[in-house]
Structure formats: C-alpha cells, structure tokens
Write a protein that binds this ligand. Structure first.
Ligand SMILES: Cc1cc2nc3c(=O)[nH]c(=O)nc-3n(C[C@H](O)[C@H](O)[C@H](O)COP(=O)(O)OP(=O)(O)OC[C@H]3O[C@@H](n4cnc5c(N)ncnc54)[C@H](O)[C@@H]3O)c2cc1C
Length: 502
C-alpha cells in the first residue's frame, strides 16, 4: 500500500506523489493535523479554516476517483507507524517542504522512521526550490526549466486500501486552537484557486503592475493567489504556464489589432517575475534554515536589542499607533488575512525602524495574520524590510508619504479606521496636527477618540536611518554582506546597496 502524504499541496492536479502512488498499487491518501506545527506562533485557527475547506473539497475529489482522504491527528512518525502495523506500507510519497524548524525536524524524524522500517520515502519538488543547491549561479534558468515541464494530469482512478477508518475533519476547538475573530478571508480549495487564477488572467490582472501598491486597488488587481500557493491548492507550474500562455495570447491579439487594455503585457511580465521571487525567497530558507531565527547578516544580529517595548508592540499589533496608514493596514489585515506587498513592507518597516522593535516577534505577529503564511518568503521579507540582510537597499517607509501616494482622500483609511470618518483629506495623514478647535468640531479628539502618535515620525525616522547606516558601514558587516550575497543574492541584477526612503 502506497501512502500519499498531503501537506501544503492540497490539490489533485499536477500532483506527482499522487500520480506515482496511483500507478503503483493501492493508495492511502493521508492528511495529518500536527499539533506541534499548529502550536507554532505563526499558525492558528485562521489557517486551519482554510486548510479544512481545502480538505473537504479534496476528500470529495478523491472519493470521485475511488479513494478517501484519511485524516489523523498526531505526530507524523506515530501516525505512520500505527498505519504500518495495521496495514503495512510499501512506500511513502509526498512533496518536499521547505518549512520552519518544526516541520524540518519533523521531516528528519519521518526520514528516520522510514529508514528504520525499510519504507522508501519519495519526496518530489513542487516548487523551483533546489535541495543541496551548490551555487546560486544559473538558479533562475533551472527554475524556468522546472516550471516549463508538462503539467501532470490528475489520476484516472485510485485503488483504495479497504478497511481504514477515514475519520472526520477537526475544528479549532477539537485541536485546542482559539477560534478566529470575525474575518472576511479568502476560502480554500482547488476549484476556487483555479477560478482565482482564471479571473486574474482574464480580467483583473490588466492593471496589476500599476495598481499593486495601492491599498485600494490591490484587492482586485493583485492575483490573490498567495493562500492557494501557500497551501498548494494550485501548483506554481500551472500558474506559470497559464501566465505564459496568456502573454502569448495578448501578443497575438495585439498583432491582430484587437482592442485590448494596453497595460496587459507589462502587467503579466511583472507578475511572472514575482512567481520566480516566490521560489527565490524560499530557496534562501532552504539554504539557510537559521534565517527563521537569526539575521542573514550575522553581524547585524544584535542591531536591535531584544527589548520588545510592550507599549510600542501592542500599539502596532492592534492598529493603534496614531498613524492612520499603519493602523488601517493592520486592521485591514486582521479583517481579511491579507494586505498587499507595499503595505506589508510598510507595516514591517514601521515596527523595525520608527519603533526600532526586534524583527522576530513582529514577524511572528504578521505571520499569524497572513492567511498565506509561507516561512521562506515571510522571514526573508521580514529581515529585508528590517535592514538585516545587508544586501538589500534600506527602505524606510514613511506612513505619511504613503497616504499622499496611495490614499490621498483617505478612503482606505476611513474604511478601516472609522474614528477618522470626519477628518478632511488635508489632515488624514497626520490627524494629530489638526488644531484643537477643529478636533472638537469634528468630534475626533486625538488622544481620546483616536490615539496620539506612539512616536514622532520625524525624529524616529532620522534616528533609525543614522543607526542602520552606521551599522552597515562597519567593515565586518560589509564583509559578511559579501558572504550573504554570494550565497543568496539574485543573479538577475547586481546587489542593490543604495539606501532609499519610501
Ligand atoms: C514583511 C512581508 C512578509 C511577507 N510574507 C509573505 C508570506 O508569508 N507569504 C507570501 O506568499 N508572501 C509574503 N509576502 C510577499 C507578498 O507581499 C505576497 O506574496 C503578496 O502580497 C500576496 O498577494 P498576491 O498573491 O495577490 O500577490 P501577487 O502580487 O499577485 O503575486 C503573485 C505571487 O507571487 C509571489 N510573490 C509576490 N510578491 C512577492 C514577493 N515580494 N516576494 C516573494 N514572493 C512574492 C507570491 O507567491 C504571490 O502569491 C510578504 C511580504 C512582506 C513585505
């Protein structure tokens, strides 16, 4: 009997482990809720909801093919061993995962168990992430080659091992997780994932390149595929190849002078780059798992002391900093489990620079709120936006400039920070600067109806810039940056060392 272990690959299409197992004999399709993984700070009931929706659909699809989805709760080697003792296991098939330390150590235990019992474990790639990569040179070409391989069809039929109790899905309560607060989040499943891809490529994506940074437009103009990629409802190869096909189609339509939004080609090209970035960032964690805990540039590890300064952290994490753009983004994230890239970067940057908080706890908070939490992307980006990689431009986002650039009328802000409903556009970036008489007239007293700023942006910004610049000038930091670039740097263009503000 061949066990197919579903993890972050909750789909039928383009699923090599499932196809391999189906071709070789009876199958047992297995999903295991692993309490040790669910107990990590970044995961919780929010993710469980999406996983369960995906599992419910997967179960229906597997049943149509002749098998069931067998659900268990526990530590993976124990679950496997119980199945082995009852039914015997010929082989274990799964996708390879680049996860956090808990999943990495779990994989080591599974490998040990498999060796001990003579069960071969076949791990297949689903992303363009390469295990035991020697050098970054040529990585992008290998990525493209992998993504260009044919998409695998779903299996025609599955022969199930009889006599196994499938068991039901488990709720947050069953697993001891705090149920999530009311949210308007994306729903899980392969069907919805593929529909999301279709609607992006057919309509929503035309303005992608030009609208992705706007907290007003990004909700529709970005692909919104991230949770479907993170939980594997859609394969990256499918997204890549459909995007390539759409680009070819757009070029052809333009040749034929068909009336088409002129922004399509540039938008599709920007989107394709980001698909590669997905794996580029996960490759960093694959090559250096310590980056979950330590700065990529080790010399910058102690840049910020470990002091979390609770009142700063609480104000930031709850959307009460007194900076409307920061607060609106955090509250939008709590509401929807998603926010666009630019605003994620600003949230992280504000915590790391203006508040000078250590990046780990703030990254953990954001991770727990992102439905698409993907350790490799998340921790790499958190470090990048905190200036501790040493190879990326230092970009300190101004929450005031971001209002002027992205939400000058305050539409987005007012949607998520209703206390500011009456504030006119000229004061929406810094309502604390409204004269007291105006505050009274509008019924929005700063410090009472809406918080006063937790820090003063100007001095905090200047101090952060001084500190980060001084740190990056240190010879040992520069030397370490060379190592980081050699190991992790994108070879697409030279390392960006300049500093900027945004
Ligand atoms: C601090 C911080 C933390 C982040 N954490 C995560 C995370 O946990 N999971 C996650 O998927 N993305 C993360 N991102 C990257 C990015 O913000 C999201 O991928 C994107 O906003 C998801 O929305 P989308 O699918 O509509 O993206 P699109 O813009 O439509 O992009 C399509 C896909 O490309 C990939 N992608 C896009 N931008 C990036 C990027 N900058 N780096 C790497 N891959 C990218 C993602 O897989 C995304 O789904 C983080 C960014 C920051 C600044």
């Amino acid at each position: 009997m061949h066990v197919v272990w579903f993890k972050r690959d909750l789909r039928i299409h383009d699923h090599r482990p499932l196809l391999d197992a189906a071709a070789q004999g009876k199958v047992l399709c297995l999903y295991v809720y692993e309490p040790e993984l669910l107990a990590t700070p970044e995961l919780g009931a929010l993710h469980l909801g999406f996983i369960n929706e995906s599992l419910a659909e997967l179960r229906v699809r597997l049943r149509e093919l002749g098998a069931d989805l067998v659900i268990r709760v526990g530590r993976m080697p124990d679950v496997l061993d119980a199945i082995r003792r009852q039914h015997g296991i010929t082989a274990l098939h799964s996708h390879r995962e680049t996860g956090n330390r808990v999943s990495y150590e779990r994989d080591l235990r599974v490998a040990g168990w498999a060796r001990q019992h003579g069960v071969p474990w076949y791990e297949r790639n689903q992303f363009g992430v390469i295990r035991k990569l020697g050098t970054r040179d040529g990585w992008a070409a290998r990525w493209s080659k992998f993504m260009s391989r044919p998409i695998l069809e779903e299996p025609g039929a599955l022969r199930a091992q009889p006599g196994i109790e499938p068991e039901g899905l488990r709720s947050a309560n069953d697993l001891g997780l705090t149920p999530p607060s009311q949210r308007d989040v994306q729903h899980g499943g392969e069907k919805l994932g593929l529909e999301t891809l279709d609607s992006f490529l057919a309509e929503r994506g035309a303005g992608y390149r030009y609208e992705m940074s706007s907290p007003l437009q990004a909700w529709d103009s970005c692909s919104r595929l991230s949770p479907y990629l993170a939980w594997g409802n859609v394969s990256m190869r499918t997204v890549f190849q459909r995007t390539r096909a759409r680009s070819a189609e757009v070029k052809e339509l333009r040749k034929q002078k068909v009336d088409l939004d002129p922004r399509w080609l540039q938008s599709l090209s920007s989107f394709q780059s980001r698909l590669r970035w997905h794996c580029h960032f996960i490759q960093k964690l694959e090559d250096e798992p310590e980056l979950e805990f330590r700065a990529l540039n080790r010399q910058l590890d102690g840049l910020r002391d470990g002091n979390l300064r609770n009142h700063y952290f609480e104000a930031w994490a709850n959307g009460h900093t007194g900076y409307p753009m920061v607060d609106a983004c955090m509250r939008a994230l709590h509401h929807a489990g998603w926010i666009n890239f630019r605003m994620r970067a600003m949230l992280m940057s504000f915590a790391s620079y203006q508040l000078w908080l250590p990046w780990r706890p703030t990254a953990q908070h954001l991770g727990s709120q992102f439905l698409d939490f993907e350790p490799g992307i998340h921790f790499s980006q958190a470090q990048m936006q905190s200036g501790v990689t040493g190879i990326n431009a230092v970009r300190i986002y101004s929450p005031i400039k971001q209002v002027k650039d992205q939400d000058p009328e305050g539409q987005f802000i007012k949607r998520f920070v209703p206390e500011l409903e009456a504030v006119p556009p000229e004061h929406i970036a810094e309502p604390h600067r409204m004269p007291s008489a105006l505050q009274r007239k509008l019924g929005c007293i700063i410090g009472k109806d809406y918080p006063a700023p937790v820090v003063e942006h100007g001095p905090a910004y200047a101090s952060a810039r001084r500190r980060i610049s001084a740190a990056r000038r240190r010879p040992e930091v520069r030397e370490e940056s060379e190592r980081v670039y050699a190991k992790h740097g994108s070879r697409k263009r030279p390392a960006r060392r300049a500093s900027g503000s945004a």
